[in-house]
Design a protein. Sequence first.
Length: 548
Amino acid sequence: MDKLFERNILALAERNKEAAERLSLPEEGPKCYQFLESRNGELIPAMMDLSGAAHPLHSMMDPRKEAKRLIDSVEEPCFLVLLGLGGAYYAEAALERDDIHMVLIIEYGSAGLKELFGRLDYSGVLTNPRCRVLLDAQGEEIERNILDLYQPSLSGGIRVIPLRSRTGFDQKPFANGGEAIEKAVKKVLADYSVQAHFGRRWLANISRNLSMIAKAETALPKPRRVAVTAAGPSLSTQINQLKEKRKELYLIASDTSLPCLLHENIKPDAVISIDCQHYSYYHFLSGIPEDVLLFLDLASPPLLSRLSKNPRFFISAHPLARYISNTLKTMDELDTSGGNVTYAALSLAELLGAREIELYGADFSYPGGVPYARGTYIYPYFEKSQGRFSPLESQVSAFLYRTPLEKKKLPDNSFYYETPILKFYREKLEEKSSMMEAALTQIRGQGAPVNLKQREIQQSTYQKASTDDKANMKAEDFLAQYRDKITKLPKAGINSTDYLASLNTEERILFTTLLPLLAYIKKRNEKLDFGELVEELKTTLTKEINIT
């Protein structure tokens, strides 16, 4: 094996072993490249078309100068995606800049890449910790890599630069790759937007709830048949059906549906709340019966846990909550990725070991233009603020039309309004149904049809919930220790990837717990570089922990 080719393969294998193994296999086919010399002596790969004509991928005058000029046009710190490798002149220029946090190179065609590896030395680029190379990646692989690698709070924006003389020869795969990038970035930015809004509140709520998790918790039930109530308008029409079956079912109420149930003299067995905002309190203005279990996200407002004698905390995907569960006290983790409390209630039913679940009031739309079931918080809330110039109807209408609506008709000539976020909630629930072990049945209502995709039920452990472990230290001692470890993290430079690579394992885990708070700070301090953001991060965390 040629020494240059071998050096490149070994360098690639450090971060993409599968691609390196593919390139190491023998392969025959027509030549893809000629190699030309630029005026200043650099080697330029040139792709050959069907007629055998060579098309240089870089400037034949000075490819490095051309690359530097292009990369210098990127004015802000970013995560950079390069479509096409070429002679790696773009990648080299990008990696010379400390404020370009990561370079992801997407290339297609193993035969062509083998030719490149046999003539040009890419080892410096490939071994750089800020560089990744994907070969023949389809949409799912590209999406997964961007979701894993791209953190807006660390890297800033994302830029895509195509090597146009290269992408023109394989337009379809590079176009598909571009679509996958766009899809992944939308997901990342949606998550970042939530973190930037709630990052500080999550920290404040988590730190204040820690004193509650040390208390003894009620043993969890083991229901086989469960009913879950959402707060859609259809719940009002399904109440009698629910009452008839009440004794047969363990009833988990979403917090939004609780006042509706109590108004109808139905007492649930458990209530679940996942929202970190204080308006969650409105769902509990009618109170919560003493013997009803209250399941709360660890980032829920501390006020809610004081409303119940039976609060039970769980964790979701927040990295600080996971760290606490791993180091202070084991807590159950619920899948809340559906973005709404109904989805979380189904996850809770699964956690408790349910084999059959009935879903009530899940409209994921506004049937007939009605937003919620009777008795929910929104109606008394608007009634208190209504007046001659702002009656209840106009306030409900304003609430309804605060986001874009799409009107849809049903076969019986009834209609419902759907919003992008409600459609997302419905689709996430449909996706979840295809992975659930429990048999899920939706009690059909007046809203958007839900296409459940039930999989074949397999035998599994009856109850998945963890045992009630005790906290291994006092909450205040844990917080003081955590704060001190954060303040002692090394000082950061302006490049996030280099900084993370410099941390040891424990320091990297600790830093990860700060990412939502970092998003919050970055959103409000766009001009700070990464090193300055880390110092501001330490200051903000210290203030929050000290308040506790």
